[in-house]
Design a protein around this ligand. Structure first.
Ligand SMILES: Nc1ncnc2c1ncn2[C@@H]1O[C@H](COP(=O)(O)OP(=O)(O)OP(=O)(O)O)[C@@H](O)[C@H]1O
Ligand SMILES: [Mg+2]
Length: 540
């Protein structure tokens, strides 16, 4: 009997894998007898088998894989079969499900597991991972195959972080009236697998190479409830995108040397842009800065404006915003900026959180009480009712609100009121002092933030707000047709402008003329390529 987690061959009839302890066969939770996959009641003790409908809902990958992912898997499957691919493997398991099942009873337990799987799967799919196996009360997911992604490790860790976060947020709703604790352990590892056959029902076979899956399964078992553990291989891939804490090396069965594992503490709080301080002298873009300045003047007169800055990667969108901000020193304007990290797709509300933090003056080191005080102060400052507004903002910031307002509300209501609170905060704030709202890389926009930006843009007429978004070609903001919307398309730098960037850096680094010319020709006016080529030429 083959273990679905680590592929180890076990003796027939075994219930758990002797290699990684994953569940092999379905057993009755009441008497422990082996039961078939389709059984609704135990043939030994007639106990209702809770997993029956969990298994029906999640019986085949077709039934739970979103259509857009399914199509991508099927179109690339023949190219993939037999390929050796780097992947990140995620194991997730519900803690103490046996005692939870005893407390809740079979019906509620299976409803709970269903709700949990829905939640977890939607996070895995958000980052374009696929569920490879359901393992009793948990699952194994793969990132990097069958849907290829260079940044599979980041995506996998992000999925893990959001599963834990969403579980916390929706704990009361998931558990219902029964009480009890629902938490999961998650383990991740990165390494090669050989992709096997991918069926028309999307089920993918694979052969683990070395300990790729095994180590992920072991880390999951080692994790404390609510904790995410990653291997050193995964840590090396995700770089500085997450805050993590090294654990003392652990011995793992099947490995001679102790293994280094890391606990994920959260997203790194400073998602640094490619540069904090520009290294090149700013050239050109006088016309674009002029347009931005005109639009700001209109906004200051109460005719709110929205502007999109569109351009290829590296052409200078962020730099233009930086220069706009530098030019504000003398002006009575509040500048609030939010951005998406460049390495991943949408995380709900991420840029909005940046904006709230800056607006309220919240810093990373603030304890929850300080965050709550600052939020209350900011709300009162713009004459909003703190009782109505503060709970929603604290909820967004992940700070527990002592008033308990949230607990009684349905998620839809929370969403609508959060949106309204954010909208009012911006509009009322701008009545005291004009605001520039800048959102970087809005092509990554997530749904809740998108709804907020749309509602804000709708309210611009009559408000002293300039809303600026940067994005890459191919994305079109929904508000572009409005009468108060402008788009600035950033073209490559002209030849003289490029020359001036190269000359400034080249003379500093004593580059030969021939090298400068070559760089100019290769970069085609893209300032990032200009800098990059000079850096490469200069060596490490
Ligand atoms: N007009 C300019 N003069 C001098 N340097 C520039 C200019 N525009 C951009 N740069 C430099 O080129 C590099 C890339 O620019 P920037 O990061 O603004 O590009 P971007 O369009 O925001 O790219 P992405 O889409 O990847 O975010 C930066 O180091 C920036 O300082
Ligand atoms: Mg940028």
């Amino acid at each position: 009997m083959k273990c679905p987690a680590c592929q180890h061959e076990n003796r027939p009839g075994a219930k758990f894998c002797e290699e990684c302890a994953a569940a092999l066969a379905r057993a009755c939770p009441n008497c422990g007898s082996a039961v078939s996959d389709s059984a609704k009641f135990c043939p030994e003790c007639a106990h209702p088998l809770t997993a029956a409908s969990v298994q029906t809902r999640f019986a085949s990958p077709e039934s739970y894989t979103p259509k857009h992912l399914a199509e991508r898997i099927l179109t690339s499957k023949s190219a993939l079969e037999g390929e050796r691919k780097q992947v990140t493997v995620l194991f997730c398991d519900v803690v103490g499900s046996t005692s939870l099942a005893e407390r809740l009873g079979p019906e509620s337990m299976h409803a709970l597991l269903n709700r949990f799987f829905e939640l977890a799967l939607s996070e895995v799919h958000r980052y374009e991972g696929t569920i490879n196996q359901f393992l009793g009360d948990g699952f194994m997911a793969l990132f990097g195959a069958p849907v290829a992604h260079e940044d599979h490790a980041s995506r996998a860790v992000l999925a893990a972080v959001t599963i834990q976060r969403r579980l916390e947020e929706r704990h009361t709703e998931l558990i219902g009236a029964h009480g009890g604790e629902l938490s999961v352990r998650i383990g991740l590892n990165t390494g090669p697998v050989v992709v096997g056959k991918i069926g028309d029902n999307l089920r993918m076979d694979y052969t683990a190479v070395g300990d790729t899956t095994n180590l992920a399964a072991r880390l999951q078992q080692l994790a404390e409830p609510g904790v995410i553990l990653v291997s050193d291989a995964t840590r090396r891939q995700v770089g500085e995108q997450f805050r993590l804490e090294p654990l003392p090396p652990v011995t793992v069965k099947g490995k001679a040397e102790p293994v280094q594992a890391y606990r994920i503490l959260g997203l790194a709080s400073r998602r640094s842009p490619r540069w904090e301080r520009p290294s090149t002298r700013f050239v050109g873009r006088e016309r674009e800065l002029g347009v931005l300045s005109d639009l700001l003047e209109q906004a200051e007169r109460g005719q709110g404006q929205t502007v999109g800055i569109v351009g290829e990667p590296g052409v200078g969108k962020s730099r233009l915003l930086y220069e706009l901000r530098q030019g504000l020193a003398e002006r009575r304007v509040t500048y609030l900026e939010g951005r998406y990290p460049s390495y991943c797709a949408s995380i709900p509300y991420l840029p909005v959180l940046d904006i709230i933090r800056t607006n309220c003056g919240i810093v990373d080191a603030d304890p929850p009480e300080a965050v709550a005080d600052k939020v209350r102060f900011a709300v009162e400052e713009v004459s909003m009712d703190p009782q109505k507004a503060v709970p929603y903002l604290l909820n967004l910031l992940g700070v527990k609100d002592e008033s308990g307002t949230m607990e009684a509300l349905a998620p839809d209501v929370i969403r609508a009121r959060t949106l309204e609170t954010l909208r009012q905060l911006a509009v009322k704030g701008s009545q005291r002092r004009p605001i520039i709202f800048a959102v970087e890389d809005v092509h990554w926009v997530d749904r809740p933030s998108g709804e907020y930006f749309d509602s804000l843009v709708e309210n611009l007429p009559g408000a002293m707000i300039l809303f600026v978004a940067t994005y890459r070609p191919g994305y079109r903001p929904p508000w572009l047709d409005r009468s108060y919307a402008t788009q600035i398309a950033l073209r490559p730098l002209s030849q003289p402008e490029s020359q001036s960037v190269v000359h400034a850096v080249a003379s500093e680094n004593r580059l030969a003329d021939a090298v400068s010319l070559l760089i100019l020709a290769k970069a085609e006016g893209n300032p990032f390529f200009l800098e990059d080529a000079i850096d490469v030429d200069r060596g490490p």
